[in-house]
Design a binder for this molecule. Structure first.
Ligand code: ADP
Length: 663
C-alpha cells in the first residue's frame, strides 16, 4: 500500500478541455497552484486561461502533447509540480505512466498502478473480479485467439454474442453478432479495428444481453484500506456504445438492488485494494433482473458531476485528498442521495449521419443561468472544434428535487442555449427529452435506435423556416443600413425602385425559401411563399435583433460566416440559413448505384472487385474514421461495375467509392 502523506502544493493537469477546467476549479478552492499544459490547437482555450500557469507542450497531435509522457514529466519537474492529475482519457489509465510518476517522486492522482494495470485488460479484469464473487457476463476471455476457437466459443455461449477488444474502450472494436454465419467477418473486422485503435487485436466473446441497462457505481478508496461506493449512475442512453445521458439515481433502482450491486462494486474494489476514484460498471438484464460486471474504469468518469450533485461531494477534492494519503472523510452510512441529477453531453456531431463527429468554429456559445443547472464547458464563443480531440462541447447537469423537475430544467436550458456555427447534437437531445418513455425512465441501451427517428432530428416547421428567413433578412438589412455611407436619408430597401419588392433566396433545413419584402414607412411587408407578415424592427446591434413579426416580439442572436447565417431564438432553436449564390453552382450529380463515403475516412478493406456479383446486405467496403469502422453494404443485388479506391486510400466525404449495377 502506498502511503504518501505528502502535502500537494502544485498540480500539473495532463489533460485539456472541460475536465482540465473542472480540476482547476477544485485546485483554486483548495489553495493549490494549477499548471495547465496545452497543445498548439488549445493556445486560446478556456482551461489555459483559467490555470495559474499554462505551458506549451507541443503539436496538436496528442502523441506530441497530451500523451507525451516524457515531456509531461519534464515540465512537472521543471515547474516543481508535486502531483499530476490525468483527468479522463489520454494517460489516465496508463499504468506505466502512473508508475513512472511514482518513480520520479511525483504523485499520480489516481489509483496505484497495479490496479490500473490489472483493469487495463477486460479479459484479466473479468478474471480478477470473478474471483471476488462478483457475477460476470458469461463468455470467453481466454488466450486462444484463433478465429476457429472464438467461433467455437461463440457457439457455446449461444447467439447473440458481443465481441469486444480486451484492450478496448469507447466502444471501439465492439460487434454484436446475431447469427453464426456472420461471426467470421465480425471477428476479422473487430480484430482489425482493435489493432488500429489499441495496437492489440485480442478479443473477448460475451453473451449479448439484449435488454440491458448500463448501471455503474462510483467507488472511492483511500490508502488505508477503506472503500465505499457513492451510489449509482445509470448510463443506458448510448449511441455507438457511448454514453450521451447519465443520471442518478437510476429510475429502476430499489434499496434492495442498490444494496446488492453496491456491495458487489465494493467487493470488486477491495479485490484490487483500490485507492482513489473509480467506477465499477455493470450491465443489468431487464428480463431476468440479474446484473453482471462489465469493467472497472480506474479514473474520474466524464459523468462524475451527476454523483457530485446528488451527494454534495467534490470528487476531485476527494481524489486529491486520497492521493495525499488522507483517509476517507465519510463512511458508507453517511452517503445519502439528495434529489435527482441528469447530465446531457453536448457534442459537435451529426445525429442524422450516424452521430459522425464534426469540426468547425462555434461563433457564439451563450447560455442562460438557471438555478440547479451546472455547465461544464470546454469552449467559449469563437472556439474551434478540432479534428484532433473528442468533439464534446459541454456537459449540462440539471439537478432537481425529483426527476421530472431535473428534466424540465434541462429542457428549458436547451431551449435557450445558443450554440452557433457548427452542427451539434442539441436538437437530438431536445427530441430525446420529449420521448414519453424517457420521461418515465423506461429505457435500455437500445433506446436511441428504437425510439428516435434520427432522419428528422433537425427538421423545423414551415413557420419556423419563415421566421428564420425573415429574421435573417432584417439582420442583413440593418447591417447594410449601418454600413451605408451614401444616400443616408433613403432606407436601403427603397434605393432601387420605390414600389418594387426586394427578393432574397435562402436554403433553410434543406428547403429553398424565397422571400420578398419592402419597407413601408414604419414597418416591413414580407411575403414568404405567398404568406404575408408585418415586421417591425425594435432594436438591432451587431449580434442581435429584436423584432416583432405580426405582433410577436422576439430577440434573435445572429452570427454570420460567409454565406451562412446562424440564428437563434427560443422556440426557434439554432437554425442555419444559407444565402443562395446569385449564380448557383450546378448540383453535384448523384451516380445511380454509386456508394459514397459518408464522412472523411480511410479505406481499410475492399471486399469486392469489378465484375463481382453482390447480394443485398453484402459488405462492399470498410472505411474507418477516427478509428471507428463503418461497413458499406450493398443496398440491392447487382454486379460491381467499378471500384474507385484501394485499401489505404484517404477519401473526402462524398467521394464515390464503388458503382454497382442493379440486377
Ligand atoms: P467500453 O470500454 O468500450 O466502453 P464496455 O464494456 O464498457 O466497453 O461496454 C460499453 C457498452 O456496451 C455498455 O455500456 C453496454 O451498453 C454495451 N455492452 C457491453 N457489454 C455488453 C453485453 N455483454 N451485453 C449487452 N450490452 C453490452
Amino acid at each position: 500500500m502506498k502511503k504518501n502523506m505528502k502535502h500537494i502544493n502544485t498540480i500539473l493537469i495532463a489533460n485539456r478541455g472541460e475536465i482540465a477546467s473542472r480540476i482547476i476549479r477544485t485546485c483554486k478552492k483548495m489553495g493549490i497552484t494549477s499548471v495547465a499544459i496545452y497543445a498548439d490547437a488549445d493556445q486560446t482555450a478556456p482551461f489555459v486561461k483559467q490555470a495559474d500557469v499554462a505551458i506549451h507542450i507541443g503539436d496538436s497531435e496528442p502523441i506530441q502533447s497530451y500523451l507525451d509522457q516524457q515531456k509531461i514529466i519534464a515540465i512537472a519537474k521543471e515547474i516543481g509540480a508535486d502531483a499530476i492529475h490525468p483527468g479522463y482519457g489520454f494517460l489516465s489509465e496508463n499504468a506505466s505512466f502512473a508508475k513512472r510518476c511514482d518513480d520520479e517522486g511525483i504523485i499520480f492522482i489516481g489509483p496505484k498502478s497495479s490496479a490500473i494495470e490489472s483493469m487495463g485488460s477486460k479479459a484479466r479484469a473479468k478474471e480478477i473480479i470473478q474471483s471476488s464473487g462478483v457475477p460476470i457476463v458469461p463468455g470467453y476471455n481466454g488466450s486462444d485467439q484463433s478465429n476457429a476457437n472464438l467461433k467455437t466459443e461463440a457457439n457455446k455461449i449461444g447467439f447473440p454474442v458481443l465481441l469486444k477488444a480486451t484492450a478496448g474502450g469507447g466502444g471501439k472494436g465492439m460487434r454484436i453478432v446475431f447469427k453464426e454465419k456472420d461471426i467470421e467477418f465480425a471477428i476479422t473486422s473487430a480484430k482489425r479495428e482493435a489493432k488500429s485503435a489499441f495496437g492489440n487485436d485480442e478479443l473477448l466473446v460475451e453473451k449479448y444481453i439484449e435488454s440491458g441497462r448500463h448501471i455503474e457505481f462510483q467507488i472511492f478508496g483511500d490508502q488505508h484500506g477503506n472503500v465505499i461506493h457513492l451510489l449509482e449512475r445509470e448510463c443506458s442512453i448510448q449511441r455507438r456504445y457511448q454514453k450521451v445521458i447519465e443520471e442518478s439515481p437510476s429510475p429502476i433502482m430499489t434499496e434492495h438492488l442498490r444494496g446488492t450491486m453496491g456491495s458487489a462494486a465494493v467487493a470488486a474494489a477491495k479485490a484490487l485494494e483500490y485507492d482513489n476514484a473509480g467506477t465499477v460498471e455493470f450491465i443489468y438484464d431487464e428480463k431476468t433482473g440479474e446484473f453482471y460486471f462489465l469493467e472497472v474504469n480506474t479514473r474520474l468518469q466524464v459523468e462524475h458531476p451527476v454523483t457530485e450533485e446528488i451527494t454534495g461531494l467534490d470528487l476531485v477534492q476527494m481524489q486529491i485528498e486520497s492521493a495525499q494519503g488522507i483517509p476517507l472523510q465519510l463512511n458508507q452510512d453517511e452517503v445519502k442521495a439528495d434529489g435527482y441529477a441528469i447530465e446531457a453531453r453536448l457534442y459537435a456531431e451529426d445525429a442524422a449521419n450516424n452521430f459522425a463527429p464534426v469540426t468547425g468554429t462555434v461563433h457564439t456559445f451563450e447560455f442562460p443561468r438557471v438555478e440547479g443547472i451546472r455547465v461544464e464547458s470546454a469552449i467559449e464563443s469563437g472556439s474551434k472544434i478540432s479534428v484532433h480531440y473528442d468533439p464534446m462541447i459541454a456537459k449540462i447537469i440539471a439537478k432537481g428535487p425529483d426527476r421530472h423537475t431535473a428534466q424540465a430544467k434541462l429542457k428549458y436550458f436547451f431551449q435557450h442555449l445558443i450554440c452557433q456555427g457548427t452542427t451539434t447534437n442539441l436538437s437530438f437531445l431536445q427530441r430525446l427529452l420529449e420521448v414519453e418513455d424517457f420521461k418515465n425512465g423506461i429505457y435500455n441501451t437500445h433506446f436511441i435506435e428504437e425510439k428516435i427517428d434520427l432522419s428528422t432530428i433537425d427538421n423545423i416547421t414551415k413557420n419556423q423556416r419563415y421566421e428564420a428567413a425573415i429574421a435573417t433578412t432584417i439582420y442583413d438589412w440593418s447591417l447594410r443600413e449601418k454600413n451605408r455611407k451614401v444616400l443616408r436619408a433613403i432606407p436601403s430597401g427603397w434605393r432601387n425602385n420605390f414600389y418594387e419588392y426586394q427578393t432574397e433566396k435562402y436554403v433553410i433545413d434543406n428547403e429553398k425559401t424565397e422571400i420578398k419584402y419592402r419597407y413601408v414607412g414604419d414597418s416591413f411587408s414580407f411575403f414568404v411563399e405567398d404568406k404575408e407578415f408585418k415586421v417591425i424592427i425594435l432594436e438591432t446591434d451587431l449580434t442581435h435583433i429584436r423584432i416583432s413579426i405580426d405582433g410577436i416580439q422576439k430577440k434573435y442572436t445572429i452570427s454570420k460566416a460567409d454565406k451562412n447565417c446562424f440564428i437563434h431564438s427560443s422556440f426557434l432553436g439554432n437554425v442555419k440559413v444559407i444565402q443562395e449564390d446569385r449564380f448557383p453552382k450546378k448540383e453535384k450529380e448523384k451516380v445511380n448505384g454509386g456508394y459514397e463515403s459518408p464522412i472523411p475516412s480511410q479505406v481499410v478493406k475492399v471486399h469486392i472487385a469489378p465484375g463481382d456479383k453482390v447480394k443485398e446486405g453484402d459488405p462492399l467496403i470498410v472505411i474507418s474514421s477516427m478509428k471507428m469502422e463503418n461497413v458499406l453494404v450493398a443496398n440491392e443485388n447487382g454486379v460491381v461495375e467499378d471500384v474507385y479506391v484501394e485499401e489505404g486510400h484517404n477519401v473526402e466525404a462524398g467521394f464515390l467509392l464503388v458503382k454497382v449495377n442493379e440486377q
